[in-house]
Each structure stands twice: as structure tokens, then as C-alpha cells.
Design a protein around this ligand. Structure first.
Ligand code: FAD
Ligand code: 2HG
Ligand code: ZN
Length: 480
């Protein structure tokens, strides 16, 4: 804070948004923890205030007031981020700008195949609005019941349908953004072609709230598939899973909408903490794969195609056993098992997450080699390997040895485990963040693994767009 005393800023913010929508620690009975603590409960910050604007002009006015006061802003959606990007630091000087009151669906344009929503719209509500209008909005992830489209755009979230539809960036056609000066950029055109200069939309997407506040977005819609089938296959090795992926691409073409891999230990954790979910086939196989086939013709066609694929895979030896969901309820059950791994890991204790991407062809060697290195470095570690194999994106997570407390494990091992894994990722030409972003958790690592020219250009962009370093400072890139 430089210019204005904090109580003057709070008074201004209350004038802009209404007193009820500006929360501070001085309010009687105040509990700011839902906005101050990250989803994994790794970090608890301390905000000056949580501000909840109702519309874009209010966001613009809040940013102007904060800029005049020199108060930095942390944009926040559903607070489900996994890299400590959406919670305040513990200086007590930052404003959390919570976008969840801005949750309206502004428009659906069926001919243009677009939907325009406010940034605080919960992903599940966006999916439902699309479906009610007869369309598919394909972004799908475990946190969809509470994450917002603003947060998805902020992190360029991936999820389980990327193999067919791409990540959030590929689903977005336009943005409305409040910049660091409190001016509104209206880029909600919904155009599929627009070569009029720099691509500001794609610059904002994935910038994790460091370049602007996304207030609304125009997203792509797709036809609903005529049929959707889900299968669960036991595979004898990671190489077999990669071979199965190749077969699935060949045989299903664009029908392949999901391809997730899970190791035995990950599924064992789900079985241990949620036995009611009845995980199939996991006990006698090192890996399982969840595949989805979306068909534009009909269910009989989809089933015949799927069964032929699985037969070919059984014959080739890349599948040892498989089940195909008989109906939607069974299919949802299989997806629920997959989406429960993060929660089962949290139940088991604090763990070290690595959200990495590697060229698909090199994943089997990476996993074998890195598992062996880790076992030597930290005897007894339990590997929770799962993720979006179709996109070359693994969640290569490390759980403490049996009986070791997660906090203690992280205190003693996080740094060297991260170094070991990230060095391996670099050797395999991969990325240290595939879909969760950089946040605060990896900001110190980025300079070690990102091209120095790219980093210098990123810093130049940040300085040009946010010269006061007001927007989510200390996240993504350090700008002294
Ligand atoms: P927040 O956590 O509130 O914020 C995330 C980042 O975006 C922060 O840097 C924040 O400052 C910024 N931000 C938020 N809103 C705005 C805005 N309006 N304008 C500018 N910046 C903004 N991620 C994946 O990619 N794939 C997955 O499969 C996946 N699965 C998950 C499963 C679980 C159980 C959980 C807890 C998380 C998962 N995530 C996944 C991580 C997370 O990135 C996503 O849940 C989601 O994209 C975050 O949205 P949010 O609204 O919660 O954002
Ligand atoms: C998923 O794919 C999410 O389920 C979370 O990206 C991954 O918990 C994780 O590491
Ligand atoms: Zn993921």
C-alpha cells in the first residue's frame, strides 16, 4: 500500500460494491478462510479485504480504486486451483477480487455455436445451460461443481476431453477483460476469424490473473453426441496403454473423447477411501485405462466400434480385460472413480503433485526410469500416477511412505523430489506444468526450465500491461 490509507480504500470499495460485498477481518464474526486458504490447505494468506463485485463496471471501479491506493489484487473464482494462484499472501494488504457473484449466462447464439457467460459462472452451470439449449460445452474436470469459467480461462484448464476438443484456450472465442488501469476491453465478438493484430485473448488465457481480470467470455458450443460409451480396461504396462491409445485413435478417429490412465496404487487409494465406488479390475493389473467413445450416429454403431476396438486390443495383448458401461449410470460411475483420485489422495495425506506433460511416445520410459530413481532417493514412496494420457499429461504424484505424516514428508523431501522429477521432465523434453498453471508453487522453478528469451518476453509483457505490478504479483513470473 502506498498512497491511500487502507480504511479509505475499504470505504471506497464499499461505496462501489455495497457494504455487504466487502468483507474484512474487522467485521463482527468475519471468517475469510474460504477465500484465504487454498484448496489443498497448503497455504493460508491474510487479505485486507474480500471484494465481491456484481458487474463489470464495479470490477473496473474496484481496480481503479486499488490502483490509486497501490493495493494489489488477487482475482479468484471457485478457489479450486492447485498451484496457489488464487489466494492472497499473508501481508494483510491484498484485495481478493472474488468473481462468483458475476455468474450470469448472458447469451446463447445457436447459429454461431457460442455461449457468452460471466466469469464467475460455475463450469457445471455452463455445461447445463449449453445442454438445455441442445448443445455440448465439452470442458470437463473433477472440480466442475465449484470451479468457474474465469478460473478455467485464467489457468487454461485441461480436463478429460482435451484429446478431442482441446483445452480451455481452444474453446474460447472472445473475452471481456478489465485491465490493470481499470479500463474495459470488450472482445466478446464470437468471431472465428479475426486477424487484426496481436492475439490479446490468447495472451490473457493462462495468465492466471496477472495481466487482467476476465469478466466475461464467449465460448464455443458443439453438437451433443448421439451416443456416448465408456469402457474400463486393464492393461499390462504403460507401453500397452500407449499402444491402446494408438489403436483407439485409428479406430475411433474423432469419436475418441477421453483416454485416462490410472496406476494400481491410485485406484487402491480410491478403493480404500471410497469402497462404495466399487473400482473394477484394479487388483490384478498394474494399470487401468478409461476410454470414451462419442458417436454422431447412434448407440449401436458406437458399441460395435468400441467392441471391435477392445477385441483388437485383447488380441494385440495391450488389454488383458475390459468392461463396457451398459448405461449412463454405469458410465458416470466409472468417471466418478477416475475423478475421485485427487480426493482419495487428499484423504491419505498431503502429497507432492507434479502436473507434467511429455511426448506420449516417451511416457513409458519416463515413468519406468523416474519411478526407479525416486524409489532409490526416497525409499518407500508411493507413486500415484494417473492422468490424461491422450494428451501426454500425467499427474505424477508422490505420496509419503506408509505411516509417514504428509506434512513431515513434504518438509523433508519436497524440494529434492521436485528437483529429481523436473530434471527428468526436462530430459524428456516435457513441461513442468501441463494444465494447472504456475501460480506461486512453481514460480521459482520456471526460470530453471523455461527458455530464457521466452521468460524475458513474458516479463516485458507483464511490465507493459501492469507497470505497477498490481495484478496477482508473485504468481507466474517474478517482476521485481
Ligand atoms: P481459482 O482457483 O479461483 O483461480 C485459479 C487462477 O485463475 C488464479 O491464478 C486466479 O487468480 C485466476 N483467476 C480466477 N478467476 C479469474 C478471472 N476472472 N480473471 C483472471 N484470472 C482469474 N485443472 C485442470 O486443468 N484439469 C483438471 O482435470 C483439473 N481437475 C481438478 C480436480 C480437482 C478436484 C481440483 C480441486 C482441481 C482441479 N483442477 C484441474 C485445477 C483447477 O485449475 C481447476 O479446478 C480450475 O481451472 C480453477 O478454477 P477456479 O474458478 O477454481 O479458479
Ligand atoms: C485431475 O486430472 C486433476 O484429476 C487433478 O488435474 C490432478 O490431483 C491431481 O494431481
Ligand atoms: Zn488433470
Amino acid at each position: 500500500m502506498t498512497d491511500l490509507p487502507s480504511h479509505d480504500l475499504i470505504a471506497q470499495l464499499r461505496q462501489i460494491c455495497g457494504a455487504a460485498h466487502v468483507l474484512t477481518h474487522d467485521d463482527p464474526g468475519a471468517d475469510l478462510s474460504p477465500w484465504e486458504q487454498d484448496w489443498r490447505k497448503r497455504v493460508r494468506g491474510h487479505a485486507l479485504a474480500v471484494v465481491r463485485p456484481a458487474n463489470t463496471p464495479e470490477v473496473a471501479a474496484v481496480v481503479k480504486a486499488c490502483a490509486a491506493a497501490g493495493a494489489s489484487i488477487v482475482p479468484q473464482g471457485g478457489n479450486t486451483g492447485l498451484v496457489v494462484g488464487g489466494v492472497p499472501d499473508n501481508s494483510g494488504t491484498q484485495i481478493v477480487l472474488s468473481m462468483t457473484r458475476m455468474n450470469a449466462v448472458r447469451a446463447i447464439d445457436p447459429a454461431n455455436l457460442t455461449i457468452t457467460v460471466e466469469a464467475g459462472c460455475v463450469l457445471q452451470n455452463l455445461q447445463a445451460a449449453a445442454e438445455n439449449a441442445g448443445f455440448l460445452f465439452p470442458l470437463s474436470l473433477g472440480a466442475e461443481g465449484s470451479c468457474t469459467i474465469g478460473g478455467n480461462l485464467g489457468t487454461n484448464a485441461g480436463g478429460t476431453q482435451v484429446v478431442r476438443y482441446g483445452n480451455t484456450r481452444e474453446l474460447c472465442l472472445g473475452l471481456e477483460v478489465v485491465n490493470a488501469q481499470g479500463e474495459v476491453w470488450n472482445g466478446l465478438t464470437g468471431l472465428r476469424k479475426d486477424n487484426t493484430g496481436y492475439d490479446l485473448r490468447n495472451l490473457m488465457i493462462g495468465s492466471e490473473g496477472t495481466l487482467g481480470i476476465i469478466t466475461a467470455a464467449t465460448m464455443k458450443l458443439y453438437p451433443l453426441p448421439a451416443a456416448q460409451l465408456t469402457a474400463w480396461a486393464a492393461v499390462p504396462s504403460m507401453q500397452a496403454a500407449v499402444d491402446l491409445l494408438g489403436l483407439a485413435h485409428q479406430r475411433l478417429g474423432p469419436g475418441l473423447t477421453g483416454f485416462e490412465v490410472m496406476n494400481q496404487f491410485a485406484l487402491g487409494l480410491v478403493d480404500k477411501h471410497y469402497p462404495q465406488l466399487r473400482v473394477p479390475l484394479w487388483q490384478d493389473t498394474p494399470w487401468c485405462v478409461l476410454l470414451e467413445n462419442s458417436d454422431s450416429e447412434n448407440e449401436a454403431h458406437a458399441r460395435a466400434q468400441f467392441e471391435a476396438l477392445l477385441e483388437a486390443a485383447l488380441e494385440a495383448g495391450c488389454v488383458s480385460d475390459a468392461v463396457v458401461a451398459e448405461n449412463l449410470t454405469q458410465a458416470r460411475g466409472l468417471w466418478h472413480i477416475r475423478e475421485s483420485i485427487t480426493l482419495a489422495q487428499a484423504e491419505e495425506g498431503l502429497n507432492i503433485k507434479h502436473d507434467i506433460s511429455i511426448p506420449v511416445s516417451r511416457i513409458p520410459a519416463f515413468v519406468a526410469e523416474t519411478d526407479a530413481l525416486l524409489a532409490r532417493e526416497v525409499p518407500g514412496v508411493r507413486m500415484v500416477d494417473f492422468g490424461h494420457l491422450g494428451d501426454g499429461n500425467l499427474h505424477y504424484n508422490v505420496q509419503a511412505p506408509e505411516g509417514v505424516d504428509g506434512q513431515v514428508f513434504l518438509r523433508d523431501n519436497e524440494e529434492r523430489v521436485n528437483t529429481l522429477v523436473f530434471e527428468q521432465v526436462a530430459r524428456y523434453d516435457g513441461s513442468i506444468s501441463a494444465e494447472h498453471g504456475v501460480g506461486e508453487l512453481k514460480v521459482g522453478k520456471l526460470p530453471l526450465y523455461k527458455d530464457p528469451t521466452a521468460l524475458a518476453m513474458m516479463r516485458a509483457v507483464k511490465k507493459a500491461l501492469d507497470p505497477q505490478n498490481l495484478l496477482n504479483p508473485g504468481r507466474v513470473i517474478n517482476c521485481p
